[in-house]
Structures are given as structure tokens and as C-alpha cells.
Design a protein around this ligand. Structure first.
Ligand SMILES: *[C@@H]1O[C@H](CO)[C@@H](O)[C@H](O)[C@H]1NC(C)=O
Ligand SMILES: *[C@@H]1O[C@H](CO)[C@@H](O)[C@H](O)[C@H]1NC(C)=O
Ligand SMILES: *[C@@H]1O[C@H](CO)[C@@H](O)[C@H](O)[C@H]1NC(C)=O
Ligand SMILES: *[C@@H]1O[C@H](CO)[C@@H](O)[C@H](O)[C@H]1NC(C)=O
Ligand SMILES: *[C@@H]1O[C@H](CO)[C@@H](O)[C@H](O)[C@H]1NC(C)=O
Ligand SMILES: *[C@@H]1O[C@H](CO)[C@@H](O)[C@H](O)[C@H]1NC(C)=O
Ligand SMILES: *[C@@H]1O[C@H](CO)[C@@H](O)[C@H](O)[C@H]1NC(C)=O
Ligand SMILES: *[C@@H]1O[C@H](CO)[C@@H](O)[C@H](O)[C@H]1NC(C)=O
Ligand SMILES: *[C@@H]1O[C@H](CO)[C@@H](O)[C@H](O)[C@H]1NC(C)=O
Ligand SMILES: *[C@@H]1O[C@H](CO)[C@@H](O)[C@H](O)[C@H]1NC(C)=O
Ligand SMILES: *[C@@H]1O[C@H](CO)[C@@H](O)[C@H](O)[C@H]1NC(C)=O
Ligand SMILES: *[C@@H]1O[C@H](CO)[C@@H](O)[C@H](O)[C@H]1NC(C)=O
Length: 748
């Protein structure tokens, strides 16, 4: 058992160990490495081979020369039998990372491939493959791994329905299948769960269960169930006869968020009085906050957010004094937050945002000494910000990490009371009318990570001490009235800054030396209306990770440097419009919009020249209008035609484009707004124009277009604005088509 090929152990030492082992078997277990079975080693190597992507190379230690497989990453062997009992191959990134940081770390770390070799690891008790991307159906053979106690396939890209063989895993205690299926629906019933009587944790969130009308009956009968998460499952409301037999004898956590439940389910939910966690957010509840909650005195977590509750907030709610987390966001709650809110002495996170509330007994909050997050956004406090901070300063202000007072009708100056909130990480004060300077007290808040002071009336200078906030990651100060010169010093020590949104402060100018190397790598840069010119900002050369860049209307009078087009292959928003930028536009190789979005490129109102660029397929908006581009439209429209294009908005007006509109529009089926006016385009409209079936707005005036109307254009069902200017005679019949088919009436 202690023979280990990877270790060079002298005979003497070996004998000593052997002797010890003989004496105390447990000591042997401590000092020896387990050695796994050859058959399991082979199975694992085959499993690795079957994985088609592993960009992070997590399995580097898995190799035939890698010694004992029990030492390989992600594996745990039983310390007596040496059999592999745990396989932990979770993607360590989170899907949200992909919208927060460049480079799509989650997507890049997803492995895919076949799982069949796992069949030879019969002793597996723990299998975590979450966050990978296997595709296809969940293999039914997983149901023969009878020893499994923990199975986590969440977010791992399977599709189709769940194989009933999983119902053979009668030792399962944890089954997490949330967000597992990429597209297809789960159609059948949940009978297969019935024999999993040891199940403590079940998460089927994100799986469509609209046809599984037995969901209540089956889960209700699972005797050990402690956590049940059925968020976003398109669940049927519960059949009334089921309500007589509400059981859920062990249930502590119930998550039914993102379904379409209405108040009728309250009658059974509120019999579960030992629940500690209840999430009913994003449903269709309405009317009064339900009185049944009064009996739920064990609750520590309660979310009722994003429903249509419209009563005032009853005082008894604050009697649920075990609550640590309360979220009432985005309802239509009325009235004021009463002083009894101060009875929530265990509360850690308290959110009332986006209701119809008109005030709060702020002094009662100051004694909530455990509070870490407070969100009062949207409450019409109608006060001076310094009074609000004064009211909140107590033991609350020592502990609080996140304070949200967005859109609270706050005015006055941001005072030095802010300095008492020593642990503040996140401060959101956007959309108020706070005026005066950004106070010095902010500089003492060394933990600040996210600050949003945008859309207020701050004036004075951009504070020089900003560079001392070493933890700062996100700074929004756009749309204020700040003035003056900003230099290297202002940014000297903020190495962690990822987002700088300061657009809409026309009084600010950035004066840095031409070879300034910023200490940060920004993902988002927005300095629209600043004075960044006249030279093109050379420091951008070092911002290789930006996803969002807005330096529009920034007084740049310069030629665009060649390196600019090589800068970021990861952006999804680029706005250089309204400057006096000269030069040519290179082919734009790659843009990376977050999933479900398309990229925007706005280079309009400059002096750019040369031919049009070729575009990647995921650009949604291209505005090159009001420049000096010349030549044919072909380099843009007929480039890489085999790729399906997302482009919806194409504005090329006010340039010097010439020649006919090329017959390549069949590659651009998503265009809904096209503006080509004021160029030198000639010839007839191409027949592929008829592929633009989403077209709502088309501007062609001030060109030399002629020829015959393409018959396909009669399909103009969405066309809203048609601007042809003075129609040449040959296009008269088009006008008739347009007028006869009242395009507007069919547009909703
Ligand atoms: C062996 O594993 C069991 C549970 O798997 C554990 O309780 C025990 O402490 C382990 N013994 C040693 C020597 O590691
Ligand atoms: C399953 O894995 C995901 C991360 O991939 C994790 O968030 C979740 O908590 C895990 N489920 C269980 C029951 O441990
Ligand atoms: C597992 O379950 C399926 C369907 O529920 C059943 O047909 C099969 O016999 C079971 N297999 C084993 C090995 O228990
Ligand atoms: C549950 O187990 C029993 C007995 O082992 C078996 O007869 C039954 O078919 C199983 N039910 C399901 C749904 O697998
Ligand atoms: C309720 O739970 C008990 C014990 O776990 C079980 O015997 C009974 O069948 C369950 N009732 C229903 C209606 O599921
Ligand atoms: C609240 O909603 C209920 C049901 O939707 C409605 O009947 C009632 O008039 C509303 N009350 C208020 C104060 O808006
Ligand atoms: C709360 O519980 C008590 C006693 O268990 C019961 O009489 C009452 O009806 C419950 N209240 C509500 C609103 O469900
Ligand atoms: C809040 O606490 C006060 C003082 O202890 C008490 O009088 C009041 O009834 C409590 N309110 C609620 C809703 O429990
Ligand atoms: C800020 O605005 C106020 C008026 O709202 C004005 O009195 C003050 O001088 C301004 N401060 C600066 C530095 O411009
Ligand atoms: C930046 O940090 C350095 C070293 O910690 C310090 O000497 C310098 O004063 C800081 N700069 C600013 C503007 O705070
Ligand atoms: C930009 O990238 C291209 C292709 O990788 C390379 O040929 C060119 O030299 C680069 N230009 C600059 C200015 O770095
Ligand atoms: C680019 O910036 C200009 C001026 O700041 C703005 O009007 C325009 O809408 C922006 N373009 C896009 C595509 O957002």
C-alpha cells in the first residue's frame, strides 16, 4: 500500500514504515500516499483524453508519468481502499465574470467532451462537473454510479430531458442541476425523483417544468429535503387537492423565484413555518403583503422583490427579528418606512429600492449594528444629503459596506459626515441634485471600491486625492459640472481601477505627458466631452483590455495612430465621434459583445478617409457618417459574406461614397436603419435590398441612384421612414408601391 513509484524510498526507511504500519494502521494512513488502482488510473486518463477543450490545462497533473492518481488535481481517494471517491472538476470562474472582466474567463475555462470513462469509477461519491460545457443529453449511465452522494452538473451545457436513470442514485443527498440545459425543454414528470429519499438538496432552477404537473406531489414527499430551489422553472400553480397534504417536513429553504405564481400559493407556503429562507421574487404576487408571513418567525432570508405588492409596509414585518436579509425591491409599496424597522436587529442586508415609498424613519436605522448593505434607492426622501448621513450615523455607520441612495431627491452638499462610514466599499448617490465640491472626507474612506456620484450637480475640481484610493475599481462621476485640469497625479495610485465613467463634464481637461503610462488597465473608459486633445491620447496605447471606450466630442484634432486599430480585440463599444480625427480605418478584426448583445462602433463626424472597413459579424451598430470616406461600398458590404451578420444600424451618410450599392445585402438581413444620404452613389438599387425584411428607416436622398425598383421591395412591412428626396423618374413606381402598401399601419 505504501509502495509509491514516484517516491525514492530507501529499503531501510521502507522497512521502518512497514513496521509502523503494522503497529498503527492509522499512522500509516497519514504518512503514506494512497495509490490508486491501475484500472481507475486508466479510466481517468481516458476521461482526460475525451475532454476536447481544457484551455486552462487544469488537468496538467493527470498523466501516465504523473505518479499516483490520488495526487492528481481534483481527485480524492478513499484513505482505506484507495479507490477514487471524489472528482471535483468545477469551472472555477463564474458566468458573471464574462461581463465584468475582459477575456471571457468563464467561457474559456469550460471543458467539453465525453463522460463515458467515469463508468469505471464505481466508487465515486462526489462528482462536480459544474460550469463545463458537455452538450447533448445527460448520459443515463450516470445513474449506475450508485455510490454518488453529491452530483453537481449545474451550468454544464447539457440539453434535452433529464434521464430517469438518475432516479437510481438512491444514495444522493445533493443534486444540483440548475441552469443545466442550454435550450431544450424538459417535458416529462418528476416521478424519477421519488426514490431519492436521502435527498437533502435539490436545485432544478432554469429547467422548464411546465409539463411536470407532479412537481409539488413529488418534492413534497421527499422526507429529507432541506433545500428546494425551483427558480425560473415555468412551474404550474399547484393543484388545489395537493394543498391538503403539505408535508415538506424538513424543508428550510424554498426558492420559487422567477415563476408566475400568484397569491393562491400563499395558502400552502405559509404553513411551512419552520422555513429559514424564502425567495418569492419575480413572480406575479399583488395586493397587500400577505399576513401569513407573520407566522414565519424563523426566517432569516426573505425576498419578495419584483412583484406587484402595493400596500404600505406593515409594522409586523419588522417583528420578524431573525431576518438577516430582506429584499422588497421593485414592487409598488406605498407610504413610509416606519420606526419599527429598527427592530430588525439581526439584519445584514436591507433593500427597499424602486417602490413608491415617500420617506423613512432614518434614525431607527442607525442602531442596526449588523447592517452591511442598505438600499433606499427611489424613496422620495426629499432631504439634504447631510441630514440623511447625520441620521444614519450611529453604529450602522461603523459597519456599513454598501450604501445605495440612488434617485432619492437629495440635495445640498455632500458633507464630512461621510467620513464616519469607515468601512464603506460601495457608495451610490447617482440621480440626485447634490451640489458643491466632492468632499475631502471621501479620501479617508480607504476601502472604497465602487463610487457613483454621477448625474448630480457637483462642481469644483476633480479631486487630486483620488489617486490615494488604492482599492477603487469603479468610478462614476459623469454628468456633473466639474472643472479644471486633471493630470497623472489624480490617478497615481489607483492601480485597480477598471471602470472610469466621467463623461458629461465639459469643464474637465486631461493634461498628461505624451509618454504617460497609466497605473491601471481599464475595461471601460468614458470621457466624452472632456478636453483630451488636441493630440490623440497616447496613453490609450497601454489600455489593452478595454471593452468600452467613449472619447467622443473630446477636442481631438489629430491623425488616428496605427496602433489604435491593434489595441483591443475585445471591445464591444467604441465611440470616437465628434472630434476632428483624420486618417484611415483599418479592418476591424474582432469585437466581443457580451452574450446576447452586439457591438457598436461610432466614428461619425470626423475627417476619416479612405475606403470603408470590413466588419466582424457581431457588430450591431456602425456609424461612419459625416466623414470623408470614398470609393465603393463593396469593401464593407461584400466582405466575408459567408458570415451571418448582426448589423442593425448602418449610417454612412455625408461621405464621398460612389458607384452602385453592391448586390450583397443578403448578408445583412438584420439591418433596420440604413442611412446613405448625401454621397455620390449611382446606379440602380440592388435586388438584395429585398432581404432587408426588418427595415424601418431608409435614407437615400442626395445621391444619383436610378434604375428599376427591385420587386422584392414590395415587402416593406416594417418600413417607417422612407426618405428618397427628389425621386428620379425611374423610381416613381417605388413611391407608388410605398404609398399603396401603407407600411405604417402594419408596424406595431
Ligand atoms: C479517512 O477518511 C475518513 C472519512 O472519509 C475520515 O473521517 C478519516 O479521518 C480519514 N482518516 C485519515 C487517517 O485520514
Ligand atoms: C454546484 O456548483 C456551483 C458552481 O458551479 C455552485 O454555485 C453550487 O453551489 C454547487 N451546488 C452545490 C449543491 O454545492
Ligand atoms: C435505472 O433506472 C432505469 C429507469 O428508471 C431502469 O430501467 C434501470 O433498470 C435502472 N438501472 C439500474 C442499473 O438500476
Ligand atoms: C423505486 O423503488 C422501488 C423499489 O425499489 C421500485 O419498485 C420503483 O420502481 C422505483 N420507482 C422509481 C420511480 O424508480
Ligand atoms: C409526508 O411525509 C411522511 C414521512 O416522511 C410520509 O410518510 C408521507 O407519505 C408524506 N405525505 C405526503 C402527502 O407526501
Ligand atoms: C393594489 O392592487 C390591487 C390588486 O391588484 C388593487 O385592487 C388595488 O386597487 C391596489 N391598491 C392600490 C392602493 O393601488
Ligand atoms: C398563524 O399561526 C396561528 C397559530 O398557529 C394560526 O392560528 C394563524 O391562523 C396563523 N396566521 C396566519 C395569518 O396564517
Ligand atoms: C418594536 O420594538 C418595540 C420596542 O421593543 C416594541 O414596542 C414594538 O412593538 C416592536 N414592533 C414590532 C413590529 O415588533
Ligand atoms: C459651485 O456652485 C455654487 C453655486 O451652486 C457656487 O456658489 C460655487 O462658487 C461653485 N463652486 C465652484 C468651485 O465653482
Ligand atoms: C502614491 O503612493 C506612494 C507610495 O505609497 C506615495 O508616496 C504617494 O504619495 C502616493 N501618491 C498620492 C497622490 O497619493
Ligand atoms: C498591427 O497588427 C498587424 C497584424 O498583427 C501588424 O502587421 C501590424 O504591424 C500592427 N501594427 C502596429 C502599428 O502595431
Ligand atoms: C457617441 O457619442 C455621441 C456624442 O457623445 C452620441 O451622441 C452618440 O449617440 C454616441 N454613439 C453611440 C452609438 O452610442
Amino acid at each position: 500500500m505504501i509502495m509509491d513509484g514516484s517516491k525514492k524510498v530507501g529499503t531501510y526507511v521502507f522497512l521502518e514504515l512497514f513496521y509502523l504500519c503494522f503497529l498503527v494502521i492509522s499512522i500509516c494512513n497519514v504518512i503514506s500516499d494512497a495509490a490508486c488502482l491501475e484500472s481507475e488510473t486508466q479510466a481517468l486518463l481516458r476521461f482526460k483524453q475525451d475532454l476536447t477543450t481544457d484551455s486552462s490545462d487544469r488537468l496538467a497533473s493527470w498523466s501516465s508519468s504523473g505518479g499516483n492518481c490520488c495526487d492528481w488535481t481534483g481527485l480524492v481517494c478513499d484513505n482505506v481502499t484507495d479507490r477514487v471517491i471524489e472528482l471535483r472538476l468545477r469551472n472555477l470562474h463564474n458566468p458573471d465574470d464574462d461581463t465584468a472582466v475582459p477575456g471571457k474567463p468563464f467561457e474559456r475555462s469550460r471543458s467539453s467532451g465525453r463522460l463515458v470513462s467515469l463508468l469505471d469509477l464505481k466508487q465515486l461519491q462526489y462528482l462536480d462537473l459544474s460550469g463545463n460545457n458537455f452538450g447533448g443529453q445527460i448520459p443515463g449511465f450516470l445513474g449506475s454510479l450508485h455510490n454518488l452522494r453529491y452530483l453537481n452538473l449545474s451550468n454544464s451545457g447539457f440539453e434535452g430531458s433529464i434521464p430517469p436513470q438518475l432516479g437510481n442514485l438512491t444514495n444522493l443527498q445533493y443534486l444540483d442541476l440548475h441552469d443545466i440545459l442550454s435550450s431544450s425543454l424538459y417535458k416529462e414528470n418528476l416521478q424519477w425523483l421519488a426514490n431519492l429519499t436521502k435527498l437533502k438538496f435539490l436545485d432544478l432552477s432554469g429547467i422548464t417544468l411546465s409539463k411536470a404537473s407532479d412537481w409539488f406531489e413529488v418534492t413534497n414527499a421527499l422526507p429529507s429535503l432541506i433545500v428546494l430551489r425551483l427558480s425560473n422553472c415555468d412551474l404550474d400553480p399547484v393543484p388545489v387537492q395537493a394543498l391538503k397534504n403539505v408535508n415538506f417536513s424538513s424543508l428550510g429553504t424554498l426558492d420559487l423565484s422567477y415563476n408566475t405564481f400568484s397569491n393562491s400559493v400563499f395558502s400552502w407556503i405559509f404553513t411551512l413555518t419552520s422555513l429559514v429562507s424564502l425567495d418569492l421574487g419575480y413572480n406575479s404576487f399583488r395586493g397587500h403583503l400577505p399576513g401569513g408571513l407573520r407566522n414565519m418567525t424563523s426566517l432569516t432570508y426573505l425576498s419578495l422583490s419584483n412583484n406587484q405588492f402595493n400596500s404600505s409596509i406593515p409594522d409586523w414585518l419588522y417583528g420578524l427579528n431573525h431576518l438577516q436579509y430582506l429584499n422588497l425591491n421593485s414592487n409598488n409599496l406605498q407610504g413610509k418606512i416606519s420606526k419599527d424597522v429598527g427592530n430588525l436587529t439581526s439584519i445584514i442586508s436591507l433593500s427597499f429600492a424602486d417602490n413608491n415609498l415617500r420617506g423613512a424613519a432614518l434614525e431607527s436605522l442607525r442602531n442596526l449594528c449588523s447592517l452591511i448593505t442598505l438600499d433606499l434607492s427611489g424613496i422620495r426622501l426629499s432631504q439634504d444629503i447631510s441630514d440623511v448621513l447625520e441620521s444614519l450615523s450611529g453604529c450602522l455607520s461603523d459597519r456599513l459596506e454598501s450604501l445605495f441612495l440612488v434617485n432619492c431627491q437629495l440635495s445640498g452638499h455632500l458633507s464630512n459626515q461621510l467620513g464616519q462610514f469607515k468601512n464603506l466599499h460601495d457608495l451610490y448617490l447617482t440621480k440626485n441634485s447634490i451640489s458643491g465640491p466632492i468632499p475631502d472626507s471621501l479620501r479617508t474612506l480607504a476601502s472604497l471600491r465602487q463610487v457613483d456620484l454621477s448625474k448630480n450637480r457637483f462642481n469644483g475640481s476633480f479631486p487630486e486625492w483620488l489617486g490615494q484610493l488604492r482599492e477603487l475599481e469603479v468610478l462614476w462621476i459623469g454628468e456633473n459640472m466639474l472643472e479644471g485640469v486633471v493630470s497623472e497625479v489624480h490617478f497615481s495610485n489607483i492601480t485597480r481601477l477598471k471602470l472610469l465613467q466621467a463623461s458629461g463634464n465639459p469643464g474637465l481637461s486631461l493634461k498628461v505627458s505624451p509618454d504617460w503610462v497609466p497605473p491601471f488597465q481599464l475595461g471601460a473608459i468614458a470621457l466624452s466631452t472632456w478636453n483630451l486633445g488636441p493630440r490623440f491620447p497616447g496613453w490609450l496605447r497601454f489600455q489593452k483590455d478595454f471593452m468600452f471606450l467613449d472619447i467622443s466630442a473630446a477636442g481631438i484634432i489629430d491623425t488616428i495612430p496605427d496602433w489604435f486599430w491593434n489595441l483591443s480585440s475585445q471591445f464591444f463599444y467604441m465611440n470616437l465621434s465628434h472630434n476632428q480625427i483624420r486618417g484611415k480605418v483599418a479592418e476591424i478584426i474582432n469585437t466581443y459583445p457580451p452574450a446576447g448583445y452586439a457591438s457598436s462602433i461610432d466614428l461619425s463626424s470626423n475627417f476619416l478617409q479612405g475606403s470603408l472597413p470590413c466588419l466582424p459579424s457581431n457588430v450591431g451598430t456602425l456609424d461612419l457618417s459625416n466623414n470623408s470616406f470614398s470609393g465603393s461600398m463593396s469593401p464593407l458590404l461584400c466582405c466575408k459574406m459567408e458570415e451571418p451578420k448582426s448589423l442593425g444600424t448602418l449610417h454612412l451618410n455625408d461621405n464621398y461614397l460612389s458607384g452602385p450599392i453592391p448586390d450583397c445585402l443578403m448578408s445583412w438581413p438584420n439591418i433596420f436603419s440604413m442611412n446613405l444620404k448625401n454621397n455620390n452613389l449611382s446606379g440602380s438599387l440592388p435586388s438584395s435590398m429585398g432581404s432587408l425584411s426588418f427595415l424601418q428607416s431608409l435614407h437615400l436622398r442626395k445621391n444619383n441612384l436610378s434604375g428599376v425598383l427591385p420587386p422584392s421591395l414590395q415587402n416593406c412591412s416594417l418600413l417607417l421612414a422612407l426618405d428618397l428626396g427628389v425621386l428620379p423618374p425611374s423610381l416613381q413606381d417605388w413611391r407608388e408601391v410605398v404609398e399603396n402598401h401603407d407600411c405604417r399601419s402594419s408596424f406595431k
